[in-house]
Design a protein around this ligand. Sequence first.
Ligand SMILES: [Zn+2]
Length: 450
Amino acid sequence: MKQFIILTLIAFLTGCSYQKSEQYDLVISNVNLIDGTGKPLQTGVSIGITEGKIVAIDSIISNSNGKSIDGTGKFLIPGLFDCHVHTGYFERDFPRFIHYGVTSVFVTGGGLCTNDFYASMRKQGNQDSIPAPFVYHTSQHFTMEGRHPAKTYRGSNWRDGETIFYLKDTLQIENLVQKVSQYPIVGIKLTIEDGPAPPFVERMPQLFIDKTVKEASKYGLEVFAHVSDNIELEMAINGGVQNLVHFTGVNIDPHDSIQIRLLQKFVKRNPYWVTTLMIDKSFLYPLHPEWFESKSMLGVYKEAVNELTPELIDRAKIYIRILMDEYGIDENSIEAFMLPQVEDIKFLSDMGFNMVLGTDTGNDFNFPGYSLHEEMQLLELGGMEPVEIIKMGTLNAAEMMNAQDSLGSVEVGKIANFVLLDKDPLENIGNTLSINSVIKRGVIQERIDE
Ligand SMILES: [Zn+2]
């Protein structure tokens, strides 16, 4: 390392751009780089990696003795983030995320998420012998008894004080926030909505939202809220919430001056907003068995086609009808669901909101790893530019985790998490599935072989 620094210094002082010949652990040479910052593609880039970190980016780097990957004709992007994940079976799901180039996940609560369960996930994410993404997570859900998520996922193991916190009065919130602040959480998960399915009950009172945000700020913590319509959005903004982990259900009207003023107030907080379009696509899945024919889908995921019983299809139709009424659309095509939402996401992005990719995987027909690529395809379907979509799943996501110093882009000093692609994702975002290799902490990861 010392020798490397001296040689780099000599190169710097003499101003020469001689061919660097060093001993790196790994060099990726002559690759097309999309670095995650939103910059256009750079050609003929070589990257030197030592001890899991990017130590050199130059036009030519040769490796005197270590490993090299010839990147000629290939495309390199930073490792991807899925910023809305639930998993009860992380030992099974983590290798699947890695298979699809998802090298970091943000877990936003769940029926098994005790402090110990979260600790096991983090431990799995930090070891390198079994493929696993880095794990970031919120606190357990702050919600109210009888509301989402306990109402929606009845089978899960919700235990007040362990996997979920039921807010009963504002006085208790001080204690709860103090309790969760002792753990390495990214922020507090606050579930304002009552749940996506009837019977609908009252929303969380505004006072509970205000108090949670206020208490969180005492510990330097931000609140990551779950909203599913415009009223809840307004409540979250008025309560001082900093980030939103769902987009679906919200409807932006650029001609509604009251809403625009509200959003202008919100954007000043530099908020992060997770897209989760996959929730709606997962509801539509039972009506589209052809979606399981994708070449890129893992065989174990294709097996879900066998679960499409007539009862399940009928239930999906009823639920989709409810959603169509809510959205005010009269057909159930994927375009009818997505185009207005992506239009809103583009509008928010232009306003200065930091939009971030997330899927809400863990729900039916929302597949760990694979569905993040579907999320990107839905955004492209609605007219977003691939370079912007990639930034939403890399640098924007890392910033939301406050991990931008070590992750999210291909820059010297950052951890070497990459996805190497055979085809150009800027031509067609579907090419993020042409995965040649996944690299985490400078090491080529084992992908699922079938
Ligand atoms: Zn969720």
